[in-house]
Design a protein around this ligand. Structure first.
Ligand SMILES: CC(C)(COP(=O)(O)OP(=O)(O)OC[C@H]1O[C@@H](n2cnc3c(N)ncnc32)[C@H](O)[C@@H]1OP(=O)(O)O)[C@@H](O)C(=O)NCCC(=O)NCCS
Length: 265
């Protein structure tokens, strides 16, 4: 699937730490102050004790993707801090491969629970984490981060806290939107039914909406905040899947929320 030669490896050298920090600034539009310092990256790459995992994806000699994970104080637990791929290399399977490599290394170290945050309005990220990697969005965190760069085009940085049980079997293929729409109501701020499974719509492409219609992007973010706060933080539902498809020729994306199952803490 990946149409270029690439390799994924642990970052070890000063030049790689500098490239990793520069790539963070490029991918997320972070300022110098908000990207990770090379001193911190150097410390995270230590072998013993091992405080972190730094991975780079290289196309020839160029770093085009990165993953950063931290050790956690809870037993058998790690925290994913960053996963990013240069725009020109997206949708080729590289993000998935980086996650897969990270999982394999974490599992070899005896890690069972992998936590991270992600933007629930990003349909691509939601698909990658929930559908491809079996994560569950367990908590909604309004204003999870504050950064000085351009990262979010003025939108609040709301996030899901998600967890993966690394011992779980791979998730089933995504459900067809039509079938889910026939069974689950779509919540809106004016109609939040008391149900065990509900759909919350997100923009099919928030990046494009932010660029082309910033007011609509902000409105979508505010609506999603009301709905995720209510269903996840007050009623205790979790997001199990991103369901997407076409409705009357238009792409639509929804989080499918339901009761929590499984054994993650
Ligand atoms: C998130 C990110 C790392 C994914 O990297 P990537 O290399 O594009 O990921 P992949 O190609 O492995 O997977 C992308 C998947 O999303 C799907 N996708 C693309 N656009 C989509 C959309 N609008 N809605 C749902 N899914 C979408 C692709 O089809 C692919 O799924 P598939 O493999 O099942 O076909 C990358 O987009 C990125 O760097 N984003 C900016 C930084 C970021 O938000 N990082 C995550 C939070 S720290």
């Amino acid at each position: 699937m990946i149409p270029f030669n690439f390799s994924i490896r642990l970052l070890k050298t000063a030049a790689e730490f500098a490239a990793c920090a520069a790539l963070q600034r490029e991918i997320w539009g972070l300022s110098e102050a908000d990207s990770m310092s090379t001193v911190t990256l150097h410390a995270l790459a230590m072998d013993h004790p091992q405080p972190g995992l730094l991975l780079g994806a290289f196309a020839d000699d160029e770093m085009v993707g990165l993953a950063v994970a931290f050790a956690a104080f809870e037993p058998q637990t790690a925290y994913g801090h960053m996963l990013g791929v240069k725009p020109a290399y997206r949708d080729s399977g590289l993000g998935h491969q980086l996650m897969q490599d990270l999982h394999n290394r974490l599992k070899m170290m005896g890690i069972k629970f992998f936590y991270y945050t992600f933007d629930p309005l990003e349909s691509r990220n939601s698909h990658l984490y929930l559908n491809r990697h079996g994560a569950v969005g367990v908590t909604f965190k309004p204003d999870a981060y504050a950064v000085s760069g351009l990262m979010h085009g003025g939108l609040p940085m709301d996030r899901f806290l998600a967890v993966e049980d690394l011992a779980s079997p791979p998730p089933p293929p995504p459900l067809a939107l039509e079938a889910v729409l026939a069974q689950c109501p779509i919540a809106t701020p004016d109609d939040m039914p008391e149900v065990e499974a509900v759909l919350i719509e997100i923009p099919a492409d928030i990046a494009r909406l932010r660029e082309q219609a910033p007011a609509a992007a902000l409105a979508a973010s505010q609506t999603a905040r009301i709905l995720f706060s209510e269903y996840m933080n007050r009623r205790g539902l979790v997001s199990h899947a991103l369901v997407r498809g076409q409705v009357q020729g238009q792409p639509r994306s929804f989080h499918l929320l339901g009761r929590r199952t499984g054994t993650t803490p």
